[in-house]
Design a binder for this molecule. Structure first.
Ligand code: FEO
Length: 399
C-alpha cells in the first residue's frame, strides 16, 4: 500500500517520522519532530542503508516490504551506531538470519557491544566498495561526525552520498521528502540547531570530512535525518563549511539570566543601543525560559555574543553557568564578546563571564559592566557603551 519514494532507479527512501518523542537523546526538544531516514537499494543484492529508532520498526518494515515483498535483505550497511539509526539491527537480523551487516573496524565491535551480534559481519575500509549488482557503494570514514565510527557511503552511478548525521536536520518530513518539494526556510533553523548541538563540537572533523567528500560528484545528499538534497547541494556544503569554522554572520545574541529583572534591564539597554548603532539582527534570550539548544543555534549563526548574569551565591546564575559550560565543552570560538551582570552584596558574575570568554579566545570589545542592585545612571551609560562597542566592532568587520 505504500507508494515508493525513489531517489533514482532502484534506490528508495524508506524512513519514518517521529512526532511523539519529546526530547532527542533525551535532551534536545523536538517541537517539530524528527525523521529517521533509511534507504533501500533493490538490486541483485537487496541492501538497506541504516535502520531506524527501535520504536518505529513496524512502520519502517512495512515500507521495506512494500518494495521487496518476501525477498530477503542481503546487506545492511551501518553508517552510524547511535541507536536512533542502529536500534532495529537485532530485530532485522532475527527476521533475516542470513543478513550480512557491513561496517568499518570501529563499527563492528559496537554492534557486538550494543546488540550482541558478532557473526555475519563484513568489515569495509576507507575507500573500499561493495557491489549490489547495478550499484556500487564506496565507503568513507568521517570520524566524530558524529561518533568515532561514523561513516558515509557514496553510490557512484547516481552520485548519491548517504551522509549519515552530516547535513541532517531536526523536523519531521511533512509530505515533502526532497529539498525541491519543501519550503526549505522552514528547515534552515532546525538544521542549524541540529548541527550546532549534535555535531557542533567537532568543527575540525567536519572540515576534514568536507575536504574528503568535496571532490565527489554529488548529485544527491541523503542524510539520516531531515530532507534529501538535490537542488541545494552547494548551499549545504557552504553552510557546513561556515558553521564548522564557527564563522558567524553580522548580528548579536544577548543571553542573560535575571531573577528579578535587574540584569534584564541592563540587557534591554545594551540591545537598544545595538539597534541604534545599526545592528539589525539582535536576538535576546532569557536562559531560564529558552532551552539552551535554541540559544546555541543562534550563537553559531551570529558573530556577536553578549552574556549577562546576576551573581548567585558568589557564582553565575545556575542556568547561565550551564550555558557557559556547554559552550566551553563545545569549544565554540571566533566570537566578538561582551559581558555584564548585577549583584546585591558582592559581585562575581561579570568577571566570571569575562573569564569564560577569555578561555574560548573570544574578542572582548569592552570592559565588563556590573551593577550593584538596581540599574542606575552610571551603569546604564556603561551598558550603552558596551552596545556601541559591539556594534562598532561588527560594523568594522562586516561593513
Ligand atoms: Fe542521528 Fe548521531 O545519530
Amino acid at each position: 500500500m505504500h507508494k515508493p519514494i525513489p531517489l533514482s532507479d532502484n534506490i528508495y527512501y524508506v524512513g519514518v517520522n517521529d512526532r511523539r518523542t519529546a526530547l532527542f537523546e533525551n535532551m534536545w526538544p523536538l517541537h517539530r519532530g524528527v525523521s529517521y531516514n533509511s534507504y533501500l537499494i533493490v538490486d541483485e543484492k537487496i541492501t538497506l542503508i541504516d535502520t531506524v529508532e527501535v520504536g518505529h520498526t513496524d512502520k519502517w518494515l512495512a515500507r521495506v516490504r512494500a518494495l521487496i515483498g518476501t525477498r530477503p535483505i542481503d546487506y545492511l550497511v551501518v553508517n552510524h551506531m547511535e541507536p536512533d539509526h542502529s536500534g532495529a539491527i537485532h530485530l532485522l537480523r532475527e527476521i533475516y538470519p542470513n543478513l550480512v551487516i557491513v561496517g568499518n573496524k570501529k563499527t563492528l565491535p559496537m554492534i557486538d557491544g550494543f546488540y550482541g551480534i558478532s557473526d555475519k559481519l563484513q568489515e569495509v575500509n576507507e575507500g573500499e566498495s561493495l557491489s549490489t549488482g547495478q550499484h556500487r557503494l564506496t565507503f568513507y570514514t568521517v570520524p566524530m561526525v558524529h561518533w568515532p565510527e561514523s561513516m558515509v557511503c557514496y553510490e557512484e552511478t547516481t552520485g548519491t552520498l548517504f551522509s549519515s548525521d552530516a547535513f541532517g536536520s531536526f523536523g519531521s518530513l511533512d509530505g515533502g521528502i526532497f529539498d525541491d518539494e519543501i519550503d526549505f526556510d522552514h528547515f534552515r533553523d532546525e538544521m542549524r540547531r541540529y548541527y550546532s548541538n549534535i555535531v557542533g563540537k567537532y568543527g575540525n572533523p567536519v572540515q576534514k570530512a568536507l575536504s574528503k567528500l568535496g571532490s565527489l560528484n554529488l548529485q544527491t545528499i541523503a542524510p539520516s535525518h531531515g530532507p534529501i538534497y538535490r537542488e541545494r547541494i552547494a548551499e549545504m556544503l557552504a553552510m557546513y563549511d561556515q558553521w564548522s569554522r564557527y564563522d558567524g554572520e553580522k548580528g548579536v545574541v544577548i543571553a542573560y539570566a535575571s531573577m528579578y529583572g535587574n540584569t534584564e534591564e541592563m540587557a534591554e539597554a545594551i540591545a537598544r543601543e545595538l539597534a541604534v548603532c545599526g545592528i539589525r539582527h539582535v536576538r535576546m534570550f532569557d536562559v531560564s525560559k529558552t532551552h539552551p539548544s535554541y540559544i546555541i543555534s543562534d550563537i553559531f549563526k551570529y558573530k556577536g555574543l553578549i552574556l549577562g548574569s546576576p551573581t548567585y551565591s558568589n557564582e553565575l546564575h545556575p542556568n547561565m553557568e550551564a550555558l557557559v559550560m556547554k559552550l566551553q565543552h563545545m569549544g565554540v570560538t571566533s566570537h566578538v564578546y561582551g559581558a555584564f551582570g548585577s549583584f546585591t552584596w558582592s559581585g562575581a558574575a561579570a568577571k566570571k563571564l569575562a573569564e569564560a570568554g577569555e578561555s574560548l579566545k573570544w574578542e572582548l570589545v569592552a570592559p565588563q559592566v556590573e551593577e550593584k542592585q538596581g540599574l542606575k545612571a552610571e551603569k546604564y551609560e556603561a551598558c550603552l557603551a558596551l552596545g556601541r562597542a559591539m556594534a562598532n566592532r561588527l560594523n568594522e568587520i562586516f561593513g
